[in-house]
Design a protein around this ligand. Sequence first.
Ligand code: PLP
Length: 354
Amino acid sequence: MAIDNLVRKDIRDLVPYQSARKIGGSGDIWLNANESPYFNRFYLTDTLLLNRYPECQPKELVSAYASYVQLSLNKILVTRGSDEAIELLIKTFCKPNCDSIIFCPPTYDMYQVSSEIIGVKSIQVPLLDNFQLDIAKIVRYIGRFKLIYICNPNNPTGTLINVDDIIYLLEVALNNSLVVIDEAYIEFCAKYSVVSLLNKYSNLVILRTLSKAFSLAGLRCGFVLSNPKIIKFLLKVINPYPIALPVSDIAIQSLSKSNITVMKKRVVTLNTNRLWLVNQLSKIPIIQVVFKSSANYILVRCLDSYVILQELLKNKIVVRDQSKKLNLKDCIRISIGNKFECSRVIQVIKNLKN
Ligand SMILES: *Cc1c(COP(=O)(O)O)cnc(C)c1O
């Protein structure tokens, strides 16, 4: 059978998400997926009986996250990583071949990939030269999109988006669209979370994850924070059993008081490592720009990114090439590792002939 003719044409032509795992490579030092270099050893709390389906929204997990973010239970939805939430929002609010979303490249690729898979159009409004939102341009589309995805701090640039711009957007879009703030990295600059705005704006949706600051990328657990009405609609669409029992068991443990303290200490360490790395890289002539970052990665523009990537790879250090992304020619993104990993990056780049 001609499977090529059977498959949806847009799926046949789809460029799938290039995860760090898919790109692969070989190395000893992994600084390509913004994962944490630190880890806990988790054990299931008890012998789990797995013959029964889990709760769709494990109560104890929702409660644990509610107390971490200081919100009521009905403002929280647990998802299979925040990637599921990105898709779920589009499925719930956008009709295929009819409604649109907006996102602002260069940014996280899953907004585009998810909308394409679902068959929802996307409007791209590039970030300005300083990587801030082009508010004037976005506003011109008001009424023509259902969702706008804003990644804050933005991946891969590390930029903290002006909160005044976010508030302005929430106001002008109040009756027309949801403003989705992807706070995957917000623990690295916690005071810039817009959680406190949830009470004021019914069109605000916040995405969170345990994958980054909580060091649990392998767990696949994320959260949507929003008003109860929106959560209710998302619950109509979400898979019946998105959270496997071992996942909620470990997620609940990770949200204990002591584990949250551990997470916060690691954040301080990683932020210190980032400052060190920024400082060192700024002194290297073949690194042209080190962009200001508020997350656990930094974006740098090099004289020749290919040369640096190759040299790092030769030394078994894997970072992320961003040079093909909009306006990111010769840019690479380096996740912040432990002190040793950061030092190795500097050693290797310094050794390159300038
Ligand atoms: C890593 C990342 C995510 C994905 O989080 P998961 O919870 O692991 O699915 C979402 N948004 C951004 C911007 C990310 O960088």
